[in-house]
Design a protein around this ligand. Structure first.
Ligand SMILES: Nc1nc2c(ncn2[C@@H]2O[C@H](COP(=O)(O)OP(=O)(O)OP(=O)(O)O)[C@@H](O)[C@H]2O)c(=O)[nH]1
Ligand SMILES: [Mg+2]
Ligand SMILES: [Zn+2]
Length: 348
């Protein structure tokens, strides 16, 4: 056992994993009787409403009924992450219950965060840091609506890249199809089918298309990401069959939502699987790749890239750029190319 600044890391629990401990000059001795009480357990972060975190015991993970335990960050936290968001929803952690709490309530101490197998991150609004929206996810469901607000192609393409960077599989869900009976928008989105990205069309309000969506959610962890007002929480309530998440009202003549959900929460489905409902996003800065790598995430550019006169070619201003030519000839979707330029220009 290692005692470090009053925080216990039980070496028996983590015997097989090498723990990196930051160097510290201060050590505290904890009596062995107390050590038994605070031995670590494995858990998963399901929400982070403020300073505190709610954790579900790992053995209860994916169970419909569970009691999240309120936890705080331990004084010394061992993280396997290099990311700037040390703890985020979906993270696997070790926590210990602090039985010495003065208030009489049991509160947990998070003392280790395990390596993320996947994640969806963006650039933090305030700086250039990483903002992890969800960890250890299988899927990212890009959630938009036909209208109120109209779906945003720039945002779709940005979230697709971020999903791939984070090792998660993107899919698209277009909600509020009750507002567009002709489904004309499908023509505009058919490019994503070509790119092998699934498209779901639903009305969360009228409860259409939900069975297929539930099937997609089954036995996996999905982060639902999209603009405010697109109906993420309405969909979640409809899928869970309960009014768990607060749903916003669209103000008169307003087509933008007003951020009803303020923090991410993971919910478990009776059918198996988990969904993370996230706050609406307005901006999505790509994190973790260089400007010159962006083109590799536009897979439809690949077959033209080799023919470009210059190598490397940024496909922006170079003469004899075959990617640009393919756009002009209609072989590459123009909106996708505009997204590429938009992302390329926004990066340093
Ligand atoms: N017409 C129509 N309205 C819908 C549908 N789904 C949701 N809405 C409405 O859209 C508004 C916003 O819904 P929310 O579920 O709060 O949207 P959200 O994406 O969770 O928004 P944030 O939490 O702010 O990110 C509400 O007034 C819903 O009633 C739908 O399928 N059709
Ligand atoms: Mg919401
Ligand atoms: Zn080129």
């Amino acid at each position: 056992m290692i005692v470090n600044d009053g925080t216990l890391i039980d070496s028996e629990v983590d015997f097989e994993e090498k723990i990196y401990l930051p160097k510290t000059s201060k050590r505290t001795l904890i009596k062995s009787k107390r050590l038994n009480k605070i031995a670590s357990e494995k858990g998963i972060i399901v929400s982070n409403p403020g300073k505190n975190f709610f954790v579900v015991r790992h053995k209860d993970f994916k169970k419909w009924n569970y009691n999240p335990i309120e936890c705080v960050r331990g004084g010394t936290l061992v993280s396997e992450q290099s990311n700037s968001t040390i703890i985020s929803v979906g993270d696997i952690v070790d926590f210990s219950l602090d039985s010495n709490s003065r208030s009489g309530e049991t509160i947990g101490l998070i003392n280790k965060v395990y390596q993320r197998k996947s994640f969806i991150s963006r650039k933090s609004i305030r700086g250039n840091e990483e903002d992890v929206l969800g960890a250890n996810i299988d899927n990212v469901l890009i959630f938009m609506s036909v209208n109120q607000p109209h779906f945003n192609r720039r945002l779709i393409d940005r979230i697709i890249i971020a999903s791939e960077v984070g090792n998660a599989k993107p899919a698209i869900c277009i909600n509020k199809i009750d507002l567009d009976k002709n489904m004309d928008f499908l023509e505009e989105l058919k490019i994503y089918k070509k790119l092998r990205i699934k498209i779901f069309t639903i009305s969360a309000l009228k409860k259409t298309g939900l069975d297929i969506l539930i099937n997609y959610f089954k036995n996996s962890v999905t982060a639902v990401i999209g603009p405010s007002g697109s109906g993420k929480s309405t969909m979640l309530n409809a899928v869970l069959g309960q009014n768990i998440q607060k749903v916003g009202e669209l103000r008169h003549k307003q087509t933008k939502g007003k951020h009803t959900t303020s923090y991410s929460t993971m919910f478990f489905l009776k059918e198996g699987g988990a969904i993370i409902d996230t706050p609406g996003i307005r901006e999505f800065g790509i994190y973790g790749i260089d400007k010159d790598e962006v083109c590799f995430y536009f897979k439809e550019f690949d077959k033209y890239y080799e023919e470009c006169k210059f190598m490397p070619c940024t496909h922006t201003h170079e003469p004899n750029c075959k990617v640009k030519e393919a756009v002009e000839k209609g072989k590459i979707d123009e909106e996708r190319y505009i997204s590429y330029l938009n992302i390329y220009d926004s990066m340093q």
